[in-house]
Write a protein that binds this ligand. Structure first.
Ligand code: ADP
Ligand code: F6P
Length: 317
């Protein structure tokens, strides 16, 4: 094998740069050249590439975002777009491709592998919404950012003895909300996996207030409710002042945590190993502290371990 390609796709995540670095360093170690494809699948279609050597990836591991830029590419959703990407791959003699992204990017990668391209995926998403892996690259950094924000909100909440609804990202996955609650971030939590209706939220809040807990954080996953409606509903029902904070894009930025850098580095090295072995259609992950790889078809297999974490949370709230 002489040449690999690497791209980042979908929402950016802290740690993507550490993954790029690991792919380049490991490939170079075996005398393999790496082309960085810019703007995800869009750049693959348009042939936007740069040669990545040790110098280009020096000191990028700690940086947030992705040096390769990322994009969402509707053209790639169509067969024609993927065929154009295949042309670029052939023209540039790319013998294996590392796709760093989330669920959608993996869907695209699987389709590309069906066209005969050797593709390996690294889970780069703050959402942690890929069931086959316990952690995705970026999740830990974002969780720490969420916790930092919630800790600050708590300072002012406790001073005013008031309640705040905090909306976190996650798309359709409640992990950012679940884990921040496990870390002591909130009193009431509602996620797509364990959705509470407005009345249940009010009942829990009322119970806390009756027990003397006057400052409460309600953590909710995005896209579940209209947050202003929830705020008004609680205010009317319990006759208390409630405010809400949508954490938004601050969650995707920032220097990658050490955990994410190490995870991304280990995963990047595994990706190169798999491609050198001629493997394709594999998604790299981590389970029981071991790096694993599974077929793309298995990335959404149900994660039963989450039930245990919700049980644990019930004891803590
Ligand atoms: P993420 O990878 O973070 O989940 P998206 O869902 O936006 O982000 O997907 C990123 C890109 O992957 C899309 O813009 C598209 O180019 C490609 N993609 C997503 N879903 C598919 C699909 N079903 N088939 C082919 N390509 C897809
Ligand atoms: O997948 C990462 C993510 O940040 C989700 O948490 C969020 O729902 C989505 O991307 C936001 O996407 P966009 O950048 O298109 O607003």
């Amino acid at each position: 094998m002489k040449r690999l390609g690497v791209l980042t796709s979908g929402g950016d995540a802290p740690g993507m740069n550490a993954a790029i670095r690991a792919v380049v360093k490991s490939a170079n170690h075996y005398g393999i050249e790496v082309l960085g494809i810019k703007h995800g699948y869009k750049g693959l279609i348009n042939g936007e590439v740069i040669l990545l050597g040790g110098h280009e990836v020096d000191r990028i591991a700690e940086k947030g975002g992705t040096i390769l830029k990322t994009a969402r590419c509707s053209e790639f959703m169509e067969e024609q777009g993927r065929r154009s990407a295949l042309e670029t791959i052939k023209r540039l003699s790319i013998e294996g491709l590392v796709v760093i992204g989330g669920d959608g990017s993996f869907n695209g990668a699987e389709k590309l592998s069906r066209l005969g391209v050797n593709v390996v995926g690294l889970p780069g998403t703050i959402d942690n919404d890929l069931a086959y892996t316990e952690y995705s690259i970026g999740f830990d950094t974002t969780l720490n950012t969420v916790m930092d924000c919630i800790d600050k909100i708590k300072d002012t909440d406790s001073s005013h003895e008031k309640t705040t609804i905090v909306e976190v990202m996650g798309r359709y996955c409640g992990d950012l909300a679940l884990y921040s609650a496990l870390a002591g971030g909130g009193e009431i939590i509602s996620t797509p996996e364990r959705k509470l209706n407005f009345d249940t939220i009010c009942l829990k809040l009322e119970d806390n207030i009756n027990k003397g807990k006057l400052d409460n954080i309600i953590i909710i996953t995005e896209r579940m409710y209209n947050i202003e409606e929830l705020e008004k509903y609680i205010q009317k029902k319990l006759n208390i002042a409630v405010r809400s904070t949508v954490l938004g894009y601050v969650q995707r930025g920032g220097k990658a945590s050490v955990f994410d850098r190490i995870l991304a580095s280990k995963m990047g090295v595994r990706a190169v190993k798999l491609l050198r072995l001629g493997e394709t259609c594999r998604a790299v992950g981590i389970r029981n502290n071991k790096i694993i790889d599974v077929d793309f078809k298995r990335v959404n297999c149900i994660d039963s371990a989450k039930d245990k974490e919700y049980d644990l949370l019930n004891q803590l709230l």
